[in-house]
Ligand binder design. Structure first.
Ligand code: FMN
Length: 356
């Protein structure tokens, strides 16, 4: 049977279909539960949440499903360059973005560079709530954290954007590796080399990782339908992780404007830019990502995110969709489902017809 793989056995799920975790309000307990209850693995992107918020969210998740699910964190959630960041540089970079604030008639925000990492405290709560799966990006947790996950029976899943990152994850003995292709929506979570030097497409990445590692592979990036699932599995993936196709469903926390944008032809042109958050991420091309070339220095992550946050609110309120970072994968050609339950149903049925 196509759906019995190393990943379904490892995670105790029925179908090798994972809903990609999505941070900052895109994940919802409802979306997670819809996917887990349909036999896949629902995920919650929790990297911006306080430990208390993770506890609350987990209560809502446990009310909605008794099936396995995944909580996702960012190992490196604050750029090191933020330490002792020069106030002069901060003001200089802020001014680069002033024309956009002027255009929307709002002031530049006051920003503090005192942004502590949340990761360690988030992990403590994660060990309390014990999801079946702990997935992470932007690095590898410490040996102690991985050992404790193992002791608690929580499966660990790390993301690789290159073969070298996959080798490092295997060395750390994670349970599974997400091969995150260049096509994927959201941030490009490279951790060994800069993201701009880690642009491997999914077809290549699966095969490179498959040839050199034994850890089961979960393919992510540009997969939206049964053909994509079939292709990834034929190349050696034991499961797929789908982000954008779930982000546009009613169950996700994305704004209606964002969902409309992804269903429109505008989403055929995506780009990877650090101009909106400080780290490289794939989004629908917009006025700011077009105007700020990669070489332009922006604020470190997440300070740049905080600079742009009020601009995003004002742009949404004023209908200025040209100034908003609409996260998106590269392949939106065949997106059609507005219901996560229906999307799951079709993926399961159609993949079953394609591969047996
Ligand atoms: C809006 C958005 C936010 C995301 N946030 C996260 C995140 O916090 N953690 C993570 O591991 N992956 C994150 N991702 C990546 C997805 O989990 C998934 O791997 C990716 O979307 C797959 O590519 P696709 O969008 O082409 O399907 C995000 C993706 C999107 C679209």
């Amino acid at each position: 049977m196509w759906n019995s793989t190393k990943i379904t056995q490892l995670l105790g799920i029925e179908y090798p279909i994972l809903q990609g975790p999505m941070g900052v309000g895109f994940s919802t307990p409802e979306l997670l539960a819809t996917v887990s209850n349909a036999g896949g693995l629902g995920s919650f992107g929790a990297y911006t949440l306080t430990p208390e918020e993770i506890l609350e969210t987990d209560k809502a998740i446990k009310l909605a499903t008794s099936k396995p699910y995944n909580i996702n964190l960012w190992v490196n959630d604050v750029d090191k360059s933020l330490i002792n960041y020069s106030p002069e540089k901060l003001e200089k970079i802020k001014l680069l973005f002033k024309p956009y604030f002027d255009e929307l008639g709002i002031p530049l925000p006051e920003l503090s560079t005192d942004i502590p990492s949340k990761f360690e405290k988030q992990v403590e709560v994660l060990f309390e709530v014990k999801p079946a799966v702990f997935s992470f990006i932007f690095g590898i947790p410490s040996k102690e954290i991985l050992a404790e996950s193992r002791r608690l029976g929580i499966k660990t899943v790390g993301a690789a954007t290159t073969l070298d990152e996959a080798l490092a994850l295997e060395e750390a003995q994670v349970d599974a590796i997400v091969a995150s292709g260049f096509e994927a929506g959201g941030h490009r979570a490279s951790f060994l080399k800069p993201a701009q030097d880690s642009f491997t497409g999914l077809f290549t990445l699966i095969q490179q990782i498959k040839a050199k590692t034994k850890t089961p592979i979960i393919a992510a990036g540009g997969i939206t339908d049964a053909k994509g699932i079939g292709a990834a599995m034929i190349l050696g993936a034991e499961a797929v992780q789908i982000g954008t196709a779930f982000m546009v469903t009613n169950e996700s926390g994305a704004t209606p404007t964002h969902k409309q944008m992804i269903f429109s032809d505008a989403s055929n042109t995506t780009t990877i830019s650090k101009s909106l958050t400080g780290r490289m991420g794939r989004m629908v091309s917009n006025k700011i990502s077009d105007a700020v070339p990669f070489e332009t220095e922006v604020l470190p992550f997440p300070l740049q995110t905080r600079l742009i946050a009020p601009l995003k609110v004002a742009a949404l309120a004023q209908g200025r969709t040209d100034m908003i970072s609409f996260w998106s994968g590269q392949n939106n050609a065949n997106l059609k489902h507005h219901s996560a339950a229906e999307l799951m149903q079709e993926l399961i049925l159609e993949t079953g017809k394609l591969i047996r």
